[in-house]
Design a protein. Structure first.
Length: 438
């Protein structure tokens, strides 16, 4: 028989629950659900960053079981599953990486990398700072010994290992570096890349030499003779890359650049709705420019050319991080450099314009190092790539890092607005300078 208006009711266990206790029970249940929602998010992050193939299936199963527990209102089992198992998986994954690269068998293989019979006397591994979602990067400090002579050598290396979200990048970067090393960047004392030392396919990792010197970023905005000299040297390094002979003549394709632009714009429209209208207008200009480029000769392109990937040491320039290396439009590297120089100047507390003098020194050096006819054609394609790189920088800050600092976001948005006009001003000044010197 059903009664109405009662001050009490039966709960699932058959005991009596008053309205007051039921109310508090519902509140507690809501808090539990809220906590579970937070932990589900943490679990998703855990699953994304755990690299060990044997750990991943167990974590996926744990989340599925926890989700079923959540639906069935078994909140405590769900909490335990969602919190403890992904956390343990993260720890296990991190430990597995260190165990593998610190294992005696790996040390033996490492010794063989340098010379037959060499042994590793000491082996210091340190995790290096990395961007969210990128590969694991470690710094190696190795002392290798020759057992015949007893002579020891100190070797500094960088180890990069793929994650599940960055699978295949290690081998692609290693092959790009080996290609460039053989094409002259290994023997050159002025324009260098890190030496590609070894690729371990079973571990999905590569070893490379460590770049010497300081990041070009540290000289940004100084406009000193030293900073301008480094910028000019950087321009010559890039001109050497773009001038390397191709095995066959290829024309540039812009479909991938257009796809990347659309992905970034879609994310920013959701994350920065106040900037959406203007962003769409500028993206449309970039797409129109890409559509109009026809039969552009392709060159070897770094793909992510900016001051954090460039090291200076006296009269030597070393460029790192070739995971985006490709055959494409050389204007891409020039636009990327301009955009990142300006955003980095803004991040340092200066006006983005503080980097303009150094950008001009870089561009002047680059264009003087390539044939004049080629320079005039490339210059006209820089502006859309500067805008694309500026949009990508805003996307990374607003949609990946989820930065909420309004002043910082406004600086990045302003760099997007000014990217094309700044690039056009640089190229106009360069053309005027070349005409005057002709």
């Amino acid at each position: 028989m059903r009664t109405t208006g009662s001050a009490s009711s039966f709960n699932g266990s058959g005991s009596v629950a008053t309205r007051a206790t039921t109310k508090f029970g519902v509140l507690a249940q809501c808090r539990s659900v809220q906590i579970e929602a937070i932990i589900i998010g943490l679990a998703a992050v855990a699953l994304r960053f755990v690299p060990h193939a044997r750990i991943l299936p167990h974590l996926h199963n744990a989340v599925h079981v926890a989700a079923r527990s959540h639906v069935a209102h078994a909140h405590m089992p769900a909490l335990l599953l969602l919190f403890t198992l992904p956390l343990l998986g993260l720890i296990a994954g991190a430990v597995s990486i260190r165990q593998q690269i610190g294992d005696p068998s790996f040390r033996s293989r490492l010794g063989m990398t340098f010379a037959e019979g060499f042994t590793i006397e000491s082996f210091d591994v340190r995790a290096m700072r990395r961007r969210p979602g990128s590969r694991h990067v470690f710094s190696f400090e190795i002392v290798a010994a020759n057992p015949l002579t007893g002579k020891q050598s100190s070797i500094a290396l960088v180890c990069k290992r793929d994650t599940t979200s960055a699978a295949g990048k290690a081998i692609r970067e290693f092959e790009a570096m080996r290609l460039l090393w053989d094409r002259g960047f290994g023997r050159d004392e002025q324009f260098k890349i890190p030496e590609p030392v070894q690729h371990f396919p079973d571990l999905s990792l590569i070893l490379q030499g460590r770049a010497r010197g300081s990041k070009l970023r540290t000289y940004l905005g100084r406009a000193s003779e030293a900073s301008l000299r480094h910028m000019r040297m950087t321009g010559l390094w890039l001109a050497k890359l773009h001038s390397l002979p191709m095995a066959s003549t290829q024309a540039c394709a812009y479909a991938d650049d257009t796809t990347v632009l659309r992905v970034h714009v879609a994310a920013l429209r959701a994350d920065q709705p106040g900037f959406a209208g203007e962003l769409l207008e500028r993206a449309a200009v970039v797409e129109q420019a890409f559509a109009g480029f026809q039969d552009v000769p392709a060159a070897m392109v770094h793909g992510d050319f900016h001051p954090d990937h460039i090291f200076v040491d006296k009269a030597c320039i070393t460029v790192i991080d070739f995971e985006r290396f490709c055959v494409g439009d050389p204007a891409r590297d020039l636009g990327s450099f301009i955009a990142h120089m300006r955003t980095m100047a803004g991040l340092s507390g200066r006006s983005p314009d503080a980097a303009n003098r150094e950008i001009y020194a870089f561009l002047t050096s680059y264009f003087r190092a390539i044939p004049r006819m080629q320079a005039a054609i490339i210059a006209g394609r820089i502006a859309p790539y500067a805008t694309l790189a500026s949009i990508e920088a805003l996307y990374y800050v607003a949609s990946v890092l989820k930065v909420t600092d309004s002043d910082r976001l406004a600086m990045y948005a302003n760099c997007v607005r000014e990217a094309a006009s700044c690039a056009a001003e640089f190229t106009t000044a360069l053309e005027a300078g070349q005409a005057a010197s002709a």
